[in-house]
Structures are given as C-alpha cells and as structure tokens.
Design a binder for this molecule. Structure first.
Ligand SMILES: [Fe+2]
Ligand SMILES: [Fe+2]
Length: 290
C-alpha cells in the first residue's frame, strides 16, 4: 500500500465553526473512495474495505459510484450492495442518469447524491447528512462546468447546498470535474467552511493532497477504484482502437490490475481536517499482468 500524508502546519481552532466550541464532537475520520468502476471495481472495494476498516477504523465511508454499473451509471441493486457493504453515502457525477432504473431511487434514497448544481427538475438531490457515533457528516456532490454538462454554476449553487445542510459537525464536498483549475478553485473557495473538498471524475489520482490555509483537506483527484491496466477503466485495446481508427468502438471495462484509490481524512474539531492521507491499494492477490 502506497501512502502519503499531509498534516496541518498550523491547525486552527474551530471555535467559530457553526458557533460550536472545539470539543470531541468534531472527532471523526472519513474514508472517501474514488469512482468505483464496474464489477471489478466493486469486487476490489468489497475485498479492500474490511482491511481498511481494520487499519483506519473510519467513522464514515463515502464512495463515488457513478461508474459502478458496467462502467457507466448505477442501479438500485448496486447502490443497495454498496450500502450493505458499509458505504454510508454514495456520490455521483456526469454518468448519474445512464441507467433509467436509478431515477426513482435517487428520489427515495437519502444516502445517494447527484451533483447539487444539476437542474432542480432533474431526479435526485445534491446533499445528504449521515450520522455515526453522534457525529453528523454533511455530504455535497458538485459537478464542474468545464467540459461537463451541469445546468447551474457549482460556485453559486454550493452556497445553497451548504445552507441546505444546516448544523453538522463535518462537511465533505465531492467536486466531480474534468478541469483541475475548477477543482483547485473550489478548494480555495471553501477553505475554512468545509472539512474536505475531494475531486473525482478523471480516474487518475493526483499528488497534491494537503490541508489548505484554513484547515480544509483538499485533493484534486482521488483516482478510481478499478483497473489501472486499462485506459481510465476501459479495456486498453478498445480505447486505442477508437483513438487510432477514429471510428465508434464499444467499450468494456478492463479487469487488469485493479486498485482501490481513496483518501482518509482525520478530524478532531468541527469543520476542520487534521490530515489527509492518500490510499493507493492493489486488490489483494491479483496479478498486475494483462
Ligand atoms: Fe465522471
Ligand atoms: Fe468516473
């Protein structure tokens, strides 16, 4: 397991956060897992999660599930499977609506969120609150506006989403975006107002996990939970054929070299992170060769 840890150079008191005084009420840890890709990603998660639970004892497990159904979208059955495996809340992204059968589920299941800056008329909701050990974690999903279709600005709708959450000890924002600039900007925009801003969508982990000036944990992209031996999840032969021939190619999910990619965020005060640790973990007992 490769790991990197960034710690607070000057952790700040969180007395002003939501008017709370700093206390054990803010003590928590969040394991956030990057885009789970296809059956191979699901199996990797199911095998790695018990090991990660034992090692880190996270208070919350949050996962991006936008690619869990054959690489595109999510179904009610698969969402239920993730929740049964111990995922407290599921975030999504640009592939939210690929499977029609998820539409009603997005309305009825509070623990799954799609980007809050989608149109209000689109199925689902963009925020949720989960509670464990007396700690409430607000989860917000956002979509970038560059190269992705999202009806409204992430930078204005985040204010509405934060107001929707009400009083919570911690807030995690999954900024699902293509452009690194939007993700970095969202990190600074929310620094000191949320516990963590984690980027998803590119399926490639970045090396910039750190605490921002006012105590928000940040990473531009967590990466994916899926096959590193493909092209961001797709069989590499098919991805290359499409690029070389410029003709349509049916993509399937690669099963070569699956890894779980995530971050662990530790907190001891409300709305502040103490550290962010990158988790890059190969699926146990799997071969890296194709
Ligand atoms: Fe995406
Ligand atoms: Fe994705």
């Amino acid at each position: 397991m490769a790991e990197k840890q960034a710690s607070a150079p000057h952790a700040q008191a969180a007395g002003g956060a939501n008017g709370r005084s700093s206390s054990d009420r803010g003590r928590a840890s969040v394991l956030f897992i990057g885009d789970i890709v296809g059956g191979i990603g699901r199996r990797t998660l199911l095998e790695c999660l018990p090991l990660l639970r034992e090692r880190y004892e996270p208070t919350f497990v949050i996962a991006n599930g936008e690619n869990v159904a054959g690489g595109l979208g999510i179904t009610p059955k698969l969402a239920d499977e993730l929740i049964a495996a111990g995922v407290d809340a599921i975030t999504l992204g640009n592939h939210t609506y690929h499977r029609r059968e998820i539409y009603a589920y997005l309305e009825s299941e509070p623990r799954i969120v799609r980007p809050a800056n989608f149109l209000r008329s689109q199925p689902g909701h963009g925020t949720c609150v989960v509670e464990r050990d007396g700690v409430r974690l607000g989860v917000i999903n956002l979509s970038g506006n560059l190269y992705l279709r999202a009806g409204r600005s992430a930078f204005t709708e985040i204010e509405v989403a934060l107001a929707d959450l009400g009083s919570v000890e911690h807030i995690l924002v999954d900024m699902h975006a293509e452009a690194t600039s939007e993700k970095v900007a969202m990190g600074w925009h929310l620094d000191g107002r949320v516990t963590a801003v984690v980027g998803t969508h590119t399926h490639v982990p970045t090396a910039d996990g750190r605490l921002l000036n006012h105590g928000t944990a940040y990473i531009t992209d967590v990466g994916m939970t899926g096959p590193r031996g493909g092209v961001i999840g797709v069989k590499r032969e098919q991805a290359l054929e499409g690029l070389l021939t410029q003709m349509p190619v049916r993509f399937e999910t690669s099963d070569v070299d699956p890894w779980l990619m995530g971050v662990l965020i530790r907190c001891s005060q409300p709305l502040r992170a103490e550290s962010i640790e990158q988790i890059l973990m190969p699926r146990p007992n799997s071969s890296r060769a194709s």
